[in-house]
Design a protein around this ligand. Structure first.
Ligand code: ATP
Ligand code: MG
Length: 455
């Protein structure tokens, strides 16, 4: 295993001072998988005070000191070094009541969640693997260290972490581990929202997210109760060949692995069960489900304590996930004026995201061939590229006149904003050029239609 130079030097310095020290956890797992670890965590027999003595003169952060973690900064990169420890009793399904420092790395490995996360490595000792982690890595298995049920009872977040690692690495979950996590799923409600959110978003962005969502729907329904009615829900509509959960999973698989997009797809049809009406032929329809889903998305993002910007973004994508993008005759609307108005409404990035969402949603019905939807998406994106190529005006900021110009003409109050909007619409529709003189001229020529009557 190849360790980066700074990691080797940290291990070497602690070892020279007499303290066994290893790379441990996620970085060992990733390195054995041939992946680039995103950070290198170390563990050592040195106490925090002893570490501090060894690293005098280095830049040190003491944030995790109570749990035995010291962070050393080398070339601005943080390395976490933690004293070997065992966890005391867990009485609240979340955190150990106490931690105890221990002398042996094997005791530290035993407190870790899964066998693939419970390996340590140092150049002179090689791999320390007491729980069959390397074998499970080759078999692509997530398995608890020790008794699964006991370990999930200690810390319920591990239930979601098991699903997360399986989704991210495309691993199976070992049978006993799977059985225990299903049995204890309800304890997930005891876990802090921030910890849930972090794991859930990583999970949703994993390459095998779809398989895990299909395999463990009842666990996700504990995390987000609004998902419960979707499981096995018959859409009873000739545009849909899958039940609502399968449709949702397929739609999620069809968008890029970005947290906001994946969460929006998970929630985009949550409003359907509440919106359902049945027509005379007995077929179901879901008028207004977009707004109900958006309301649910607001509640879910608040419960998960998403930051304000992502919450707003997710809700917007949910609310407009199927805003009309075709003409009345069913053909794609690629008109310049239409696209400019949508750019004004959503901004370029969100408009592109909504086009992607639209294609994924349609493909996930099972009735529209993926190739056809992919071709239509490409056509929409190309049309958007063409419209954007000559840097058109679709925001008030880019309009050749501004509020001051209208104030100078004598407009006041609401009329200023409304007139600017009206001018922008004319420019986007191609009825007026985006030139100051032409825009101001149009106002004097066409006063009544542009609210100048209010002067
Ligand atoms: P990632 O690649 O997401 O960072 P990771 O395995 O490094 O994955 P972390 O959350 O950074 O995950 O945790 C580091 C290590 O600490 C894990 O590999 C595992 O050994 C241990 N660990 C983390 N969370 C828990 C937990 N809830 N219970 C037991 N051990 C845990
Ligand atoms: Mg990590």
């Amino acid at each position: 295993m190849q360790l980066p130079q700074p990691v080797l030097s940290l291990i070497y310095r602690l070892r020279s001072a007499g303290f066994p020290t290893y790379a441990v956890g996620g970085c060992v797992r990733d390195a054995l998988l041939g992946l680039e670890p995103h950070d290198w965590d170390l563990c050592t027999s040195a106490s925090p005070d002893q570490m501090r003595a060894v690293f005098t003169g280095e830049r040190i952060a003491e944030t995790g000191l109570r749990h035995g973690t010291l962070t050393v900064l080398i070339d601005h990169v943080p390395y976490e070094i933690t004293t070997f420890r065992t966890d005391g009793e867990y009485t609240d399904h979340r955190r150990p009541d106490s931690v105890t420092f221990v002398a042996d790395v094997r005791e530290d490995l035993a407190r870790r969640d899964f066998t693939v996360n419970a390996m340590a490595y140092a150049p002179d000792t090689g791999l320390v693997d007491c729980f069959g982690g390397r074998e499970d890595l080759s078999a692509r298995l997530i398995r608890c260290v020790g008794d699964s049920e006991y370990r999930f009872r200690e810390d319920a977040l591990r239930i979601l972490r098991a699903l997360r690692f399986a989704a991210v690495y495309d691993f199976e979950i070992e049978e006993n581990t799977a059985r225990a996590l299903r049995a204890l799923k309800d304890t997930l409600t005891l876990v802090a929202a921030e910890r849930i959110r972090t794991e859930l978003l990583k999970l949703l962005c994993g390459p095998a997210a779809g398989r895990i969502l299909r395999g463990f729907p009842e666990v996700f329904a504990v995390l987000i109760p609004a998902l419960a009615p979707m499981i096995g829900y018959d859409q009873n509509n000739h545009h849909h060949s899958y039940d609502l959960w399968e449709h949702t999973v397929r739609a999620l698989e069809g968008v890029p692995p970005e947290p906001d997009l994946r969460l929006a797809m998970l929630l985009h049809d949550t409003g359907k069960p509440r919106a359902c009406v049945t027509d005379r032929r007995g077929e179901s329809h879901f008028p207004g489900h977009q707004a109900i889903s958006a309301e649910i998305a607001e509640e879910v993002t608040a419960a998960l304590r998403c930051d304000a910007a992502s919450a707003e973004h997710v809700c917007k994508l949910v609310r407009y996930h199927d805003f009309p993008i075709r003409k009345a005759d069913g053909t794609p609307n690629l008109d310049r004026a239409f696209l400019l108005r949508q750019l004004h409404r959503f901004g370029e990035q969100d408009l592109r995201a909504l086009f992607i969402i639209h294609a994924a949603d349609r493909t996930a019905t099972g009735y529209s061939p993926p190739e056809r939807e992919a071709a239509r998406l490409a056509e929409r994106m190309a049309a958007l590229d063409a419209v954007l190529a000559d840097q058109p005006c679709f925001t008030l900021r880019d309009l050749a006149v501004n509020g001051n110009d209208l104030l100078a003409l004598g407009l006041r109050g609401k009329a200023v904003g409304e007139t600017l909007e009206a001018l922008l619409e004319k420019v986007m529709d191609g009825a007026l050029p985006n030139e100051r003189e032409a825009l101001l001229d149009s106002l004097s020529g066409d006063a009544s239609s542009l609210n100048i009557s209010q002067i």
